[in-house]
Design a protein around this ligand. Structure first.
Ligand code: ZN
Length: 183
């Protein structure tokens, strides 16, 4: 039986990168992919991700695994909808990739700036800084909850098997929602 997904995002590429500060050569290296996933209510939804072309195969196959295993995602909507605010996107538990921005607290460009990083369910998989601060604020990390990532989770293993890094393995600030694959 074919189930028609609920459409959360169906933008054209140019609309999904509108207003980004990224230079043209970065924009030209990106692509837009449609993904289908279950929500926490169990419904099938369609979202979109803006990613670097070089990781498109990984992302398409990993999101097929997400759909097949019914790993729940709250929503998958390009950052333009959040006016390029990572804080607003995280607070909405949004799963996302490209955002031309620096690493929080630094002047260094994030792997998200090149579309080479993905953040998954940030409200369930927060960043926990060395000083104890948690982003998004008010989030809690409870590995047993659906949609939560931990080291032995099949999704984490799949990313790592494909050469990605998982923020849950970072030594200083632990970033449970973050995956990246540097060039
Ligand atoms: Zn991230």
């Amino acid at each position: 039986m074919n189930i028609v997904p609920i459409i959360d995002s169906a933008m054209a590429f140019e609309d999904a990168v509108a207003g980004t500060k990224a230079p043209r050569e970065v924009i030209d290296s990106l692509c837009l992919v449609n993904v289908q996933h279950r929500t926490f209510e169990g419904q099938l939804h369609q979202g979109q991700l803006i990613i670097h072309r070089g990781i498109a195969k990984d992302i398409i196959e990993i999101f097929e695994l997400i759909e097949q295993t019914e790993f729940p995602l709250a929503r998958v909507i390009p950052l333009v909808k959040y006016k390029w605010s990572d804080d607003m996107s995280m607070a909405d538990n949004n799963t996302s990739a490209f955002n031309y921005r620096v690493v929080m607290g630094t002047e260094r460009l994030s792997h998200h700036a090149y579309g080479r990083a993905v953040d998954i369910n940030p409200c369930l998989n927060p960043v926990i800084y060395e000083n104890g601060r948690i982003d998004p604020s008010g989030a809690t990390y409870i590995p047993e909850r659906p949609g939560t990532l931990y080291a032995s989770h099949a999704l984490v293993k799949e990313f790592i098997a494909r050469g990605w890094r998982w923020g849950g393995n970072f030594r200083s600030s632990v970033d449970y929602h973050h995956f990246d694959k540097p060039a």
